[in-house]
Design a protein around this ligand. Sequence first.
Ligand SMILES: [Zn+2]
Length: 116
Amino acid sequence: MAKTDKTSAKKKLHTKTGDRVIVVSGKDKGKQGNVKSVNLQDGTILVDGVNVVTKAQKANPMAGIQGGLNKIAKPIDASKVMVCCLSCEKATRVGHVVKDGKKVRVCKKCGEVIDV
Ligand SMILES: [Zn+2]
């Protein structure tokens, strides 16, 4: 794999779907949520209840869409969040250890395995 090829390179993120994360910068700083989805192409993640914007939705009765203001969560940059450890309930950095032959992620603070 060529390191100079940036267009097709997928980013390696410290979070993945299902993680509990805490926002450390931006307008949603301090908020916690679960990662709904991860976009490795542009390094963004979708977090439940974070970066919620109000979108005006036009009614379309043919498609069964109700008009009005809908709140939707928009993806944020993965660098704006830290993984929240469920054991010590702190925002933490993630370490990697091999356990039972498998690579798992651990909390750097308390050493508990984050992957479930
Ligand atoms: Zn911990």
